[in-house]
Write a protein that binds this ligand. Structure first.
Ligand SMILES: Cc1ncc(COP(=O)(O)O)c(C=O)c1O
Length: 476
């Protein structure tokens, strides 16, 4: 017998899946009609030269989904129950036309761009990422801590979380950590564990703003947050950033909330001065505005003591403090947190539950131990030293090869450096010289600066940094 379907043993798709798909597609497209006889599993196995159990596995799936039926004594058939109108030929053109006609919500229509990391060819030196050096992460320790929770099965970790707010021991550890490192004042009950600080920002948009509301935003400012508010139909009112941080006098008075990155403004690298912090808090108090404090890489400060968080200074002014483990551990972990004023805890917690129930529990348990056993702060100390050296190497190389032609702006902090240059077309020349740097152009509302770039240094060795700057200057 010739097989009614074809399979490709090289394709990488399991054979039972290919058989299932072929019958399913054949039935839906009308190639196999209801009542058609289907070869027995033995016949088809012989024709396709595969094991009978492979065919049986595919048939069982087709029976379970109602595509096939058996008639006692006479064999297997395409199900007579299938409605003919449901079996329209599913050609590609038809499928595409149907998809095009689906109505999208305002939110769905607002999602116009995928985020794509630009490719990083192996022969390029890429200052275009500001991620942690993942090679330095103590993976062995992390593995042991994960295994600890896998070995002693804690049923609670495997079930739906009892509370969307996050694993209680981790909330306790985070409350202690932010108090020690950022002078944040909170109890574990104010900590909400989330999938990265990106989710904290997403929940801010959902819980604090209606479409058409206004939010005060740094100009230039972080695109990741900007896209969230855009997609929710929230108007962004830009306020410029000077050497002390956001210019408070420029924040729209009707803003529901104001979004700031005070430790290390993204992208300029400016740290908000204490005077400006107090001015912003006083302004928010009179305007009754919520402050969203995105403290994404505050752990890395290379000179002088860190300035206390806005949250710790704000008193009665509501601050949503957003923190993340992406920069101090590794971004794939996808764990961040929001520290919330008491009145916002319940709405944020409910929004998190609706969104995705909870953050993966095993990772939360391992992370609680990682902090409690001192690994986190030890790792941060090491990385701060390492990134501090890398930053120093970058500044030194820039001075040596560009002198006055490049000015470093912002504070000695974070994982990237912002520069202004008198060189024209530095970006284009970098590309020709196999170096990647990022223009701040896209981060501006309105007219962008053309002379400003950011250079990420945390993931590059000192050697690559020096070589990269030499290439950029055209001396290598
Ligand atoms: C300014 C700023 N905020 C927030 C984030 C989001 O971090 P995550 O969602 O990984 O915690 C980033 C990531 O790079 C960032 O640069």
């Amino acid at each position: 017998m010739r097989a009614a379907i074809a399979i490709d043993v090289e394709s990488g798709t399991p054979i039972h899946r290919q058989i299932y798909e072929a019958w399913r597609r054949g039935i839906l497209s009308g190639r196999f009609r209801k009542g058609d006889r289907v070869p027995s599993s033995r016949e088809l196995a012989l024709a396709l030269r595969v094991s009978r159990s492979t065919v049986t596995q595919a048939y069982e799936q087709l029976f379970a989904e109602g595509y096939l039926e058996t008639e006692q004594g006479s064999g297997t058939f395409v199900s007579g129950e299938l409605q003919q109108h449901a079996l329209q030929p599913a050609t590609n053109a038809k499928t595409k036309a149907t998809v095009r006609s689906v109505h999208l919500s305002k939110f769905g229509t607002g999602l116009v761009r995928d985020f794509i990391y630009p490719p990083q060819p192996a022969d390029h030196i890429c200052f275009s990422r500001w991620s942690p050096d993942i090679e330095r992460f103590p993976l062995g320790t992390w593995r042991k801590l994960l295994a600890r929770h896998m070995r002693t099965p804690n049923r609670k970790l495997l079930d739906y979380a009892r509370e969307a707010q996050g694993y209680e021991p981790l909330r306790r550890e985070i409350a202690g950590y932010v108090a020690r490192s950022r002078a944040v004042e909170c109890t574990p009950e104010q900590v909400l564990i989330l999938n990265g600080s990106q989710q904290a920002l997403e929940l801010c948009a959902r819980v604090l703003c209606d479409p058409g509301d206004t939010i005060g935003f740094e100009n230039p400012g972080y695109l990741g947050t900007r896209r969230i508010f855009d997609a929710h139909g929230v108007k962004l009112a830009p306020a410029s950033v000077d050497a002390q941080g956001i210019v408070v006098g420029e924040i729209a008075p009707q803003a529901r909330a104001v979004y700031v990155t005070p430790s290390h403004q993204f992208p300029t690298g400016v740290s908000m001065s204490l005077a400006r912090r107090l001015e912003l808090i006083a302004w928010a108090r009179t305007q009754r505005t919520v402050i969203i404090e995105d403290d994404y890489d505050s752990e890395y400060r290379y000179s002088g003591p860190p300035l206390p968080s806005l949250q710790g200074l704000a008193g009665d002014v509501p601050v949503v403090y957003c923190g993340t483990f992406s920069k101090v551990m590794f971004p794939g972990l996808r764990i961040g947190y929001a520290i919330l004023p008491e009145a916002l805890v319940a709405p944020f917690r409910r929004a998190k539950w609706i969104c995705d129930r909870s953050t993966p529990a095993l990772d939360q348990a391992a992370l609680a131990d990682f902090i409690a056993d001192g690994h986190l702060e030890r790792h941060i100390r090491r990385m701060r030293r390492l990134y501090g050296q890398r930053r120093a190497a970058l500044i030194d190389a820039l001075r040596q090869h560009f002198g006055e032609r490049i000015e470093v702006i912002g504070e000695a902090a974070g994982m990237h450096v912002a520069v202004r240059t008198s060189e024209t077309q530095l970006g284009e020349r970098a590309q020709e010289r196999k170096v990647q740097i990022v223009s701040t152009r896209d981060y501006y509302f309105g007219k962008p600066r053309r002379d400003e770039y950011i250079l990420g240094f945390s993931g590059l060795s000192e050697r690559s940094i020096r070589e990269g700057v030499k290439r950029l200057a055209g001396v290598a």
